[in-house]
Ligand binder design. Structure first.
Ligand code: 6CS
Ligand code: FE
Length: 316
């Protein structure tokens, strides 16, 4: 079989879109034009030198047992409460699985749940985000991904930044996600899979963006999806790391680290809370794809004050 070639296009013209995507007929791989970590490592901070360097190199970090069993129990209770009382939440923030009615995600959880608001301003998480982004930060997006047993469908490979740049107008790569495990994330129940080192390459996708794309993409993303040749090349460089971990572990990953997760065909749910922290210097502009901005519950535009008040997840 002739190997598909990968096109290493020229980076965007200075002063325009640093990361053009969904414009050309063909995909390409562009160089990252931003740092992977900002500032410099300091002793006494939330990360060891090894953890800091591993994040800079691989584009993600798995922190085991960051939250205590009691804190995890409070988060699990709240996750169940949100699922059982979904009818009391903003209906726009409830995303169902494709083809079935099972709840896939609840967005804007830090604004719909006091417990999740405390999690989002937990001093340990803020300290890690500040250490890696070296700036005041605000919450760009929060969501509870339920990935229920048997019915939790896949999240195909993608770079969050590609979407946040094209559809939300996030200018540069100075943001990161934290995935807090509420269930055991095993090799079997659809753990987050990440491609080490992929954060250093921007996969510029072919094609366009349909109107109101998020109404479909949050259920199953089909636009802004990397091509197979580019994915194969990234995996050839860095392999694939399944981020398995116990409840209370946290995966910290760069906005441009390529990731995805398979469907969950086991009886074991894989609920995780995702929090996205963005530098206040990197607030959203007009979407680079030229479409209308996505709603506030997906991409914060008005609630963009720096997160300060350290919260903490308290026992119920
Ligand atoms: O479009 C977004 O913002 C969402 N889509 C994915 C697949 N990951 C990031 C985020 O939840
Ligand atoms: Fe994602």
């Amino acid at each position: 079989m002739r190997r598909a070639t990968v096109d290493f296009g020229a980076a965007g013209v200075a002063g325009t879109d640093a990361y053009p995507s969904r414009r050309a007929q063909r995909p390409s791989i562009l160089p990252r034009r931003d740092r992977c970590v900002y500032g410099s490592w300091r002793a006494g901070g939330p990360l060891t030198r090894g953890q800091y360097d591993a994040y800079a190199e691989r584009g993600f970090l798995v922190l085991d047992n960051l939250f205590t069993d009691t804190q995890v129990a409070a988060l699990r209770y709240e996750s169940q409460r949100l699922r059982q009382h979904a009818a009391t939440l903003d209906p726009d923030t409830l995303i169902r699985e494709p083809e079935i009615r099972e709840l896939r995600s609840v967005f804007h959880v830090h604004r719909q749940s006091e417990c999740m608001a405390r999690l989002a301003s937990d001093p340990r998480l803020l300290a890690i985000a500040h250490c890696l982004l070296d700036d005041p930060i605000y919450i760009h997006q929060s969501r509870l991904n339920l990935k229920p047993g048997f019915d939790g469908r896949e999240f195909y490979w993608h770079s969050d930044f590609e979407t946040w740049h094209v559809e939300d107008g996030m200018p540069r790569m100075r943001a990161l996600s934290m995935s807090i495990a509420l269930d055991e994330n095993t090799a079997c129940n659809g753990p987050l899979m990440l491609i080490p080192g992929s954060q250093r390459h921007f996969v510029s996708c072919a094609g366009t963006t349909p109107r109101d794309h998020y109404k479909q993409s949050l259920r199953r993303q089909e636009y802004g999806v990397p091509d197979r040749a580019s994915l194969a090349w990234l995996v050839e460089q860095g392999g694939i790391h399944p981020a398995v971990g116990a409840p209370g572990s946290v995966v910290v990953f760069d906005c441009n680290t390529m990731h995805g997760s398979s469907g969950n065909i086991t009886p074991w749910p894989r609920a995780n809370v995702f929090l996205v922290y963005n530098s206040v210097r990197n607030r959203l502009l007009a979407p680079f794809g030229g479409q209308a901005p996505r709603p506030e519950f997906i991409a914060a535009r008005s609630e963009v004050e720096a997160v300060r008040a350290p919260g903490a997840v308290r026992a119920r």
